[in-house]
Design a protein around this ligand. Structure first.
Ligand SMILES: C[S@@+](CC[C@H](N)C(=O)[O-])C[C@H]1O[C@@H](n2cnc3c(N)ncnc32)[C@H](O)[C@@H]1O
Length: 241
């Protein structure tokens, strides 16, 4: 089963993804972004601080992060490989149509892989998110993803990344040992078939070295797998082109 088919199945019968509210770390990034925009004199209406800001949400899932920022004025394009996720995201956006119109924000979801060339203009995007979406990319796909983010971001544009961390994550180390994936520091999630890649700090810094790292910290979070809850560690990174 391909990674896309696994995600299609997941969005029909959810076992991994859950909740319709963005994670606290994502909301904290939005708060920080609002302050940055205020400092730069880019906020005209404080109620909708992200008006006229263009956002690219990589692996947008059911659109909870895209919708959160669009309701505050941003114009968001989400790229997602699972058509079932796009359908759910579009339905959520329809339910928020009035709020989006009042805010001047928008969401548009496109089907495609974030490991390939994106149908997005060069230097047209203010902010890119990858909220735990690039885990399954191969080294070659990851190179495309990094090149594409570098291409579409405007100079000094921001890139928010939430990625799986290896340092201090005993569950990740156990998974790599028991269920090794196709590349180093990857595993195949048992019973699910998803491939995930974890990063040590030096690995993360090397991977994202074309961007300036403004902030890099760890977040602890419990994730579900086969009806069990596992403590996992994530990298939260604020990057800038
Ligand atoms: C853990 S979910 C996170 C979804 C969303 N970012 C969120 O925070 O709710 C990972 C998402 O990435 C998508 N995804 C995985 N590989 C992808 C690829 N190569 N291209 C586009 N989307 C992908 C999955 O379908 C899934 O929706």
């Amino acid at each position: 089963m391909s990674q896309q088919e696994i995600w299609e199945r997941e969005y029909k019968d959810k076992k991994l993804v859950g909740g319709d509210k963005p994670a606290a770390s994502f909301r904290a990034f939005c708060k920080w972004l609002k302050k940055e925009r205020k400092k730069a004199g880019r906020i005209e209406n404080p109620g909708f601080p992200f008006q006229a800001m263009s956002v690219l949400d990589l692996g947008s899932g059911e659109g909870k992060n895209a919708l959160f920022i669009a309701e505050r004025g941003a114009e968001v394009v989400g790229v997602e490989i699972a058509k079932n996720a796009i359908k759910n995201a579009q339905e959520s956006a329809k339910r928020k149509d009035r709020e989006l119109r009042v805010a001047g924000g928008s969401v548009e979801y496109r089907w495609g892989s974030i490991g390939k060339k994106l149908d997005v203009s060069t230097e047209s995007v203010d902010v890119v998110f990858d909220v735990t979406s690039s885990n399954a990319l191969s080294t070659e796909q990851r190179k495309n993803y990094l090149d594409e983010v570098g291409r579409v971001l405007k100079t000094r544009g921001y890139f928010f990344v939430r990625a799986l961390c290896k340092d201090g994550d005993d569950n990740a180390k156990e998974l790599i040992k028991k269920y090794p994936g196709p590349e180093p520091d990857t595993y195949v999630m048992p019973g699910v078939g998803l491939v995930e890649r974890v990063f040590t700090e030096s690995d993360f810094r090397k991977t994202y070295n074309q961007f300036t790292i403004l902030k890099l910290e760890k977040e602890f979070h419990y994730t579900k797998m086969n009806d069990r809850s596992y403590k996992r560690v994530f990298w939260i990174a604020y990057l800038q082109k």
